[in-house]
Design a binder for this molecule. Structure first.
Ligand SMILES: Cc1cc2nc3c(=O)[nH]c(=O)nc-3n(C[C@H](O)[C@H](O)[C@H](O)COP(=O)(O)O)c2cc1C
Length: 219
């Protein structure tokens, strides 16, 4: 059983990457083989609207050849996927967005009979990290990720979700202009909440591995 995490943060070992690694630890605790893909290590574009993937009786695959090509191929054999992205301007990062365009569009057949060409149902999780608090997000009523509905449409199941709020953006708040933040409150929140978020991520990975195992048994 293979579980792949997709890190949509440009930073390694920071909030998103740390939570994804915890989720993979949870998956590994159920004997899953795990791998993390760092999108910002790769050179690739988002969809260029060439419609090669929509040619009748064609291969229904993405014609672009770049660093994403082998990753998209690998995802076909994953038993679960855990996506992770920081929130930039109240959306997922551009790297995440470009990746999701390339991943999903070839599987969306413009036919009522076969809405998704993805070969199986795939359990997924989505981990979001952001500077704002839960209260601020709830108040804004903004939908952070319109891709969630396409995860269900293409991969057949709603993703498990984890929101990590009020994250630390840098390790030294004295070094950068940060006067709009209460650093003491932020550091207290991080000390108390981030370990709990890590635990939730671990449990998410564990559940996804269990669901993936059940899907394999039911095949
Ligand atoms: C360009 C940029 C835009 C950002 N926009 C937002 C935002 O709109 N809302 C928010 O809550 N946090 C925003 N943030 C903060 C990040 O989402 C937050 O620090 C996140 O946890 C960073 O993830 P990382 O540690 O994995 O890199 C932004 C950060 C950057 C660099």
């Amino acid at each position: 059983m293979k579980i792949i995490a997709i890190n949509g943060s440009p930073r390694k070992n920071w909030n998103t990457d740390s939570l994804l690694r915890k989720a993979l630890e949870g998956a590994a605790s159920q004997n899953a083989e795990t791998e993390i893909v760092h999108l910002y290590d790769l050179k690739y574009k988002g969809c260029i609207s060439c419609f090669a993937c929509k040619i009748k009786d064609g291969s229904y695959t993405c014609a672009l050849q770049d660093d994403l090509t082998s990753i998209l191929e690998k995802l076909k054999s994953a038993d679960a996927i855990i996506f992770g992205s920081p929130i930039y301007f109240m959306n997922v990062t551009s790297g995440t967005s470009s990746f999701l365009e390339r991943f999903f569009f070839p599987y969306i057949k413009y036919s009522k009979e076969t809405p998704s060409l993805f070969p199986k149902k795939l359990p997924t999780g989505f981990i979001y990290t952001m500077n704002i608090t839960k209260e601020q997000l709830d108040e804004s009523k903004i939908n952070l990720n319109p891709y969630e509905m396409f995860i269900e449409m293409v991969l057949g199941e709603k993703p498990m979700l984890l929101y990590s709020y009020n994250t630390y953006q840098y390790s030294d708040y004295n070094k950068y202009e940060s006067s709009m933040f209460d650093e003491k409150e932020k550091s207290k929140y991080r000390a108390e909440q981030f370990p709990l978020d890590c635990q939730t991520a671990f449990e998410m990975g564990k559940s996804l591995a269990k669901n993936a195992e059940m899907n394999k048994v039911n095949l």
